[in-house]
Design a protein around this ligand. Structure first.
Ligand SMILES: *Cc1c(COP(=O)(O)O)cnc(C)c1O
Length: 426
């Protein structure tokens, strides 16, 4: 396959043979038939590769996972039912009860809850660090039981840009992998593996699907991290799995160890599989991802420049603006533009935000983000509405923060709608 990302978006993962369908077939089947009991038995022992039950693997999903793997420049990949499932599996595949890991505090709220609260109940402790932490301070956070470092290429909703290369070096100095959630950038705008990330995760629900039609996730393994070289840290990969007659993943599957374990153990036991029908929709989204991302970025920069000039706007964060504190980092990691999401504050706080949102016609108020349709969310009125001003600030969510996701409509139409909204604020 060509090295160019555009060609990978359209053609990756699946090449029909003579007379086969142009589109990927949807294998809408829970199970797969074998002629002999012996063949089936080998699949259950992971002695042969093949399909037997869609909770573990399905051919449609695997074609789409193969495409995303090619797009990211990885070695192996899998789809999951959601982005949440992808991040859970990516961490839980190498962290057990009693382990510890490090995650950037500039991450999606759902991931923050998963890492800070739910994993804690499973005996896995997460320490959150600030993206601006110095190398020396970061080094001090590592413990003997630290198993991975996690960050988001562009954080949701604060659109901070993550210094992938720096954090990859620090993680590797401590013998652990770097996991990067690349949802907002997509492999069209940034390929974290090229900067040293070992595992890449996605909420495919966002730009990859791109049309608000299906929730999904993906995990891509670069194949670069040498688990066996740090065998004592990763016993789940390097010591016998009794649920498969004592098989050792690193010995049997080499570079495929991480994804094989996540599929044959975590997917088997937790069952967070994506439906083949959703994988089919996802693939349609991927075919135009490169075209859409460019337009999302182009439109978003126009809107961001408009907001930056408006006297109704208190502040704005969008990494492609020259004035943004992360602009230098954006130029390094996202030279072709970042994404369509930005956040800004309306002067006058919570009340002013309500006035701004009161009469929007084109910009939809939804929980979603990274969609073909322009949409926004005001955390203080929506996702975080139970919180007081003090609680909001403590959670790092400014009461006047509006998360704006710029779609593919005409940029002037979007700006006009936003302008009318801002004119309502007096
Ligand atoms: C939305 C999102 C998730 C969670 O994904 P779901 O598909 O909603 O489960 C994880 N990470 C980021 C960066 C997201 O934006």
């Amino acid at each position: 396959m060509s090295n160019q990302i555009e060609t990978r978006c359209v053609r990756g993962g699946y090449t029909p043979k003579n007379g086969e369908p142009r589109q990927i077939p949807i294998y809408q089947s829970t199970t797969f038939r074998y002629e002999t009991s012996e063949e089936m038995g080998k699949l259950f022992d992971l002695e042969a590769s093949g399909y037997f039950y869609t909770r573990l693997q399905n051919p449609t999903n695997d074609l789409v996972a193969a495409k995303i793997t090619e797009m990211e420049g990885g070695a192996f990949g899998m789809l999951t039912s959601s982005g949440q499932a992808a991040n859970f599996f990516a961490v839980f595949n190498i962290c057990e009860s009693g382990d510890h890991f490090l995650a950037s505090s500039s991450i999606y709220g759902g991931t923050y809850n998963l890492f800070g609260y739910t994993l804690a109940k499973m005996g896995i402790e997460c320490t959150f660090y600030d993206n601006d932490i110095s190398d020396e301070e970061m080094e001090k956070l590592f413990r003997p039981n630290t198993k991975c470092v996690f960050g988001e290429t562009i954080s949701n909703p604060t659109v901070r840009v993550y210094d992938i290369e720096r954090f990859a070096k620090i993680a590797h100095n401590h013998g652990v992998p770097l996991i990067v959630d690349n949802t907002f950038a997509t492999p069209v705008k940034c390929r974290p593996i090229e900067w040293g990330a070992d595992i890449v995760t996605h909420s495919t629900t966002k730009y990859m699907d791109g049309h608000a039609s299906g929730v999904g996730g993906a995990i891509i393994d670069s194949g670069n991290f040498d688990w066996a070289a740090h065998a004592d840290k990763f016993p789940g990969l390097t010591t016998p799995d009794e649920s498969y007659h004592g098989l050792v993943y690193t010995e049997k599957f080499g570079k495929g160890a991480f994804i094989t374990k996540a599929t044959s153990q975590l997917m088997r036991d937790f069952g967070a599989i994506q439906s083949p029908q959703n994988a089919y929709y996802l693939n349609i989204g991927l075919e135009s991802l490169h075209v859409r991302m460019d337009r999302h970025c182009e439109n978003a920069l126009k809107v961001a420049k408009f907001l930056e000039e408006s006297d109704k706007v208190a502040w704005i964060q969008y990494p492609d603006l020259a004035s943004d504190p992360d602009n230098t980092m954006a130029k390094k990691y996202l030279p072709g533009g970042s994404c369509g999401v930005m956040c800004f504050g309306v002067k006058g706080g919570r009340e002013a935000c309500l006035k701004f949102m009161s009469d929007l016609k084109l910009v939809s108020i939804v929980t979603h983000v990274a969609d073909a349709q322009t949409c926004l969310l005001h955390p203080a009125s929506h996702t975080h509405r139970q919180m007081s001003e003090e609680e909001l600030l403590a959670a790092g969510v400014k009461p006047d923060l509006i998360r704006l996701s710029i779609g593919l409509e005409n940029a002037d139409d979007i700006i006009e709608d936003i302008k009318k909204g801002l004119d309502n604020v007096r």
